[in-house]
Design a protein around this ligand. Structure first.
Ligand SMILES: *Cc1c(COP(=O)(O)O)cnc(C)c1O
Length: 370
């Protein structure tokens, strides 16, 4: 060994070899994965406005959290925080846990998801089917503390809420924004008027908002939020201690607190959506696209139609892009189940009829002349 070689023990070398191999496995997984489709829709009531939906349900683990989970594992590995055989933990309302369980299995690591007990049974089953363990807590506000408890006992905390905003390379590396804009390149309006997304960790909105500025685009970013939840309250007041004033049944978005990854300054507008409208819109997506998507995709669709109606009123043409965030089958026993909906006092039928009217007429009831 030369005198200038770094001092290393066989154990250090083993650790680095494992880490190198783990990073390579993530790289291979990315190379095997195809990009997700950007689906185009047109509605008779909105001539001259193109709607595009990025189908993030098409990832191997069924949601946009596939991107985040890949980034979080890579971030932990490259920061030297994740080692061979180490337990991995995160707090998740479900989608992230499924993707993280999948990547943990890929790397041969034990995984625990801390989730609210009210999480859809389908998501819990998905995590377990991937070999993950679910640590269910009754009070959803305690998930972070519980994840920290696991971390204090040696687990690597992937920390989606703490790190989502920085684990993804917002300048490119085929992040979601770069992918969308590349796919739009041949379209009539390749620089969209709006991109609409939800905020759970805030990672997606942070990546898109930064990338739009980085590329010097005029595109505006709108966050679609269940009514009365923390991002909306916080964004309007630029207040990071904001809480929520209503409950929501929409999973993945509508957080009870302002998460560290919520970057208010890159968001141009927040549209608040009633749960029953989000659910009706999720049903409508099934009609339009022939497959089921989750509630947050419905929330996005409502916000798109709100913005489109405003564009139409002002005589503006252009494109609006949004996301289909996860697979609807995860909600077969909740948002797509009549008995469950009745039990929660939700009846999406009238809203669904109203939405069909919006697609046909290009305006919202009560918005005429506004
Ligand atoms: C996480 C999530 C979102 C929001 O994405 P973030 O990048 O975490 O803000 C939207 N919909 C679903 C289903 C999600 O799981």
């Amino acid at each position: 060994m030369s005198a200038s070689a770094p001092a290393s023990t066989p154990t250090d070398d083993d650790a680095r070899a494992w880490s190198r191999q783990a990073v390579q496995r993530l790289r291979q997984e990315a190379a095997r994965s195809a990009d997700t489709h950007l689906l185009r829709l047109e509605f008779p009531g909105f001539p001259g406005i193109g709607f595009y939906f990025k189908d993030e349900a098409a990832h191997p683990t069924g949601s946009l959290k596939h991107r985040l989970a890949r980034s979080l594992f890579l971030y932990a590995l490259c920061n030297g925080r994740l080692h061979a055989g180490q337990a991995v933990v995160d707090a998740s309302s479900g989608s992230t846990a499924i993707s993280e369980a999948w990547f943990a299995r890929l790397l041969g690591l034990p995984f625990t998801a801390v989730m609210p007990a009210c999480t859809s049974p389908g998501k819990i089953a998905d995590v377990q089917a991937l070999g993950g363990h679910c640590d269910l807590v009754e009070d959803p506000t305690t998930v972070h503390a519980r994840a920290a408890w696991h971390a204090a006992r040696g687990a690597c905390h992937l920390d989606q809420f703490g790190l989502a905003e920085r684990a993804t390379d917002w300048r490119g590396n085929n992040n979601i924004a770069e992918s969308i804009l590349g796919q739009l390149a041949q379209e009539p309006d390749p620089e969209p008027a709006w991109i609409v997304c939800g905020a759970g960790t805030g990672g997606t909105s942070a990546t898109i908002g930064r990338y739009l500025r980085y590329r010097g685009l005029r595109t505006r970013l709108c966050v679609a939020e269940p009514r009365g939840r923390a991002f909306a309250h916080g964004w309007h007041a630029r207040y990071r201690d904001a809480g929520c004033s209503r409950d929501t049944v929409i999973e993945g978005i509508g957080r009870p607190r302002v998460e560290p990854g919520f970057l208010f300054d890159v968001v141009d507008e927040v549209v608040e959506v009633d749960d029953v409208a989000s659910i009706a819109a999720a049903w409508l997506l099934e009609d339009l696209l022939g497959r089921r998507y989750g509630g947050s995709s419905g929330t996005n669709l409502i916000a798109c139609l709100r913005l489109a109606a405003r564009m139409r009123q002002r005589g503006v043409r252009g494109s609006i892009v949004s996301l289909l965030c996860d697979r609807g089958e995860r909600y077969d026993q909740t948002l797509f189940d009549g008995a469950w909906l009745a039990q929660h006092g939700l009846d999406p039928q009238p809203q669904l009829a109203a939405l069909r009217q919006v697609l046909a007429a290009g305006q919202w009831p009560g918005d005429a002349g506004a």
